[in-house]
Design a protein around this ligand. Sequence first.
Ligand code: FEO
Length: 389
Amino acid sequence: MNDMKISDDIKWIGASDNNLKLFESQYILEKGMSYNSYLIKDEKNVVFDTIDENVTEKWEENLERELNGKKPDYLIISHMEPDHAYNIGEFVKKYPEAKLVGNQMTFNILQNFFSDIDLSTKKVIVTEGDILDIGKHKLQFIMAPMVHWPEAMFTYEQTEKILFSADGFGKFGSIEIDDEWACEARRYYFGIVGKYGKQVQDVLKKAQGLEINMICPLHGPILKENLEYYINKYDIWSKYEPEEEGIFIAVASIYGNTLNVAKELKNILEEKGAKKVVVTDLSREDWAEAVEDAFKYSKLIVASSTYNMGIFPPMEQFLEHLRIRDYQKRKVGIIENGSWAPSAGRGMKKVLEEMKDLNIVEPIITIKSRMKKENIEQLEKLADEMLKD
Ligand code: FEO
């Protein structure tokens, strides 16, 4: 279990859903999902975000235990997505005196989800830099639009120097599992926030001016030490820079012949000195893991069978996942396979050409059904080209 202790006045009151298999109905979870929520106890008691429907009961228990008979005065709404905001309706019924704190966009979205809540006496609208004084603690609001919805906002608690970072710095996985942060944080980042690199850069710039002792995200562990490591990862990811030198080979293969080509190419690359080559079978492996690896490594090779005179769908979907996440700044090689009219290569190239700053290696390699001797020579040439800087 991760250490979720924050301080005498600030308590973690979140919960994990260990049974959830699909986050946002699309991201495969093998180790559940955590949803964080926090309580600051002061002259005024402040709750940071409600919680996902599935863990309502655990959250209510944690909140009541920490309140110890007191009532919350404010609910800060960092993000309106239902994994955090689902319980706002119940919270309002249970604590009718509490004020809801958000920005204008928070309340626009809130009324879409909870049209029956009368906000007239509850709503506290904050803007960039506003400070809510709750006694010993002072809460400074930092707008973080599109990280990952337009209303998202961070809060900086000035006394204990704690940054409440909404989805920022979050990861997949239950809080009970103490695994490496970067792997599941990267998959989460590129899956969910990847498209919004510029907006992440904007909020990182605002955070640069703050002295931060701890980062409290809405998912994953509380980050307490070596904060530069996490901030640096977010900086690299949001600039779309490769994190590691390496070649990622993504394969969409119907009967395994294209996959064999990719495996052969991996061997050739390694023999020529490539330090890291990763092959992924897009039909069988997690698409979000493949997207993560495409962003992680410095170079990409796409290899696809031809299907219906175009790209085999697992590759078509993969490229679309990259395109909508603003994939850029990489060298890319293309391999196609087809038995009578190979055309996947042309299709892949067209999609890749729509992306920014890609160095597409020519020529496209064409395999006819199965790899042959002449193809090995072509793969050697492709490997040489890929290994040039
Ligand atoms: Fe954790 Fe964008 O919700």
